[in-house]
Design a protein around this ligand. Structure first.
Ligand code: PLP
Length: 376
């Protein structure tokens, strides 16, 4: 059996090596390392794929979130609502910009930001909501956009984990995750669903004026060379990363399908087990692109299971072990433990199994049998 990895980037690369190498070689041959034609090509291809007017490439997903917020002219003290159960980058940029993060609990059924929680957290100072499409499952954007419209708030989608996923609306239409809010941010970190071979990120928006502003912010606030109209940053996607992404973007749907198909097999093995709650999803929908495959382990020893799997050479992980409201950097006297019952429960129950585009049946069988062997 091929060695099991949490994310198998090597096997994925092996299948596209010749094309990727040639694409990178072209950058080396033309010496256009920054803002080369590869970056422009990727921007255009991604705009087309996502059906969004503007893609602004940048250096990483954390920058993408930060720059998106800078573009919206949020002021120190403005409150920004986001989920308690997510990777720290989401709340980090809010705090860094001296905005006030307001963490709210998540919903148990999708582990995404609680719609009721958002409503309760809105105050006269609230200016924005940052939903995270956690583990590749799209948040309830229809409800979030309705709340935002009613309260005149911006919506910034953290789409680092769900690129290629679709949000379905009650009228039957679909839109790509990240393109529904006023602005969306994503990451091309190697292990993400669309990963480059280093750091990379992008911001999406359909708003022409905002796009113009964001293009300046990523480049030192310059719209005309050496004229700095706004405070900016230096955040670029380099041409070598764009060259890799130009090869991988056309494969994204195939990659996401491979992830979903692994999830179907996992679910089939675990469904109905009294200690396992599988991630619910509809196989016929494409609203869940399985950045992670995350189980809840109930009335059983989750940490013991993790050790059992590690002992058998099966990588696994707890995403995320500590709620953000309990992190030293983001603790706040306003938070009460009873405000976060779901996150507090999830951190004790969740375990993420290997999930990537190259899992084969033999590996999945070994992983599922090893889980079931421990839980009996
Ligand atoms: C990965 C990730 C980010 C940050 O992306 P980087 O490219 O690593 O900076 C932000 N938010 C979420 C939810 C992520 O998973």
């Amino acid at each position: 059996m091929k060695k099991i990895q949490m994310v198998d980037l090597k096997s994925q690369y092996d299948k596209i090596a010749a094309v990727v190498n040639a694409s990178i070689q072209e950058v080396l041959d033309t010496n256009t390392y920054i803002n080369g034609p590869q970056v422009h090509q990727f921007q255009k291809s991604l705009e087309e794929y996502l059906d969004v007017k503007h893609v602004i490439p940048c250096a990483n997903g954390t920058d993408a979130l930060q720059i998106a917020m800078m573009g919206l002219d949020l002021k120190p003290g403005d409150e920004v609502i986001t989920a308690d159960f997510t990777f720290a980058a989401t709340v980090e940029v809010i705090a860094l910009l001296q905005l006030t993060p307001v963490l709210v609990d998540v919903d148990m059924h999708n582990m995404n930001i609680s719609i009721e929680g958002i409503k309760k957290a809105i105050t006269p100072k609230t200016r924005a909501i940052v939903p995270v499409h956690l583990f590749g499952r799209t948040a309830n954007m229809e409800a979030i956009m309705a709340i935002a419209a009613a309260h005149n708030l911006y919506v910034i989608e953290d789409n680092a984990q769900a690129i290629g996923g679709n949000c379905k609306f009650s009228n039957g239409t679909k839109k790509k995750a990240g393109t529904i809010g006023h602005v969306g941010a994503t990451s091309f970190f190697p292990s993400k669903n669309l990963g480059c071979y280093g750091d990379g990120g992008a911001i999406f928006t359909n708003d022409d004026a905002l796009a113009h502003k964001l293009r300046g912010i990523v480049n030192h606030g310059m719209y005309e060379r050496y004229h700095h109209d706004v405070v900016g940053v230096n955040s670029r996607l380099d041409s070598i990363q764009a060259a890799v992404l130009n090869v991988k973007l056309p494969l994204l749907d195939q990659y996401n399908n491979a992830r979903r198909s692994a999830a179907v097999k996992y679910n089939a093995a675990f469904l109905g087990h009294s200690n396992i709650i599988v991630p619910f999803f509809d196989e016929n929908e494409d609203d869940y692109v399985f950045h992670q495959y995350t189980l809840r382990i109930i009335d059983a020893d989750r940490n013991g299971l993790m050790q059992h799997l590690l002992d058998k050479g099966i990588p696994c992980a707890i995403y995320y072990p500590i709620p953000l409201h309990s992190q030293k950097a983001y603790a706040d006297a306003r938070y009460k433990e009873e405000d976060f019952p779901v996150t507090n429960q999830l951190v004790k129950e969740v375990i993420s199994l290997p999930m990537h585009t190259e899992l084969d049946d033999e590996q999945i069988k070994f992983i599922t049998e090893s889980v079931l062997e421990f839980l009996k």
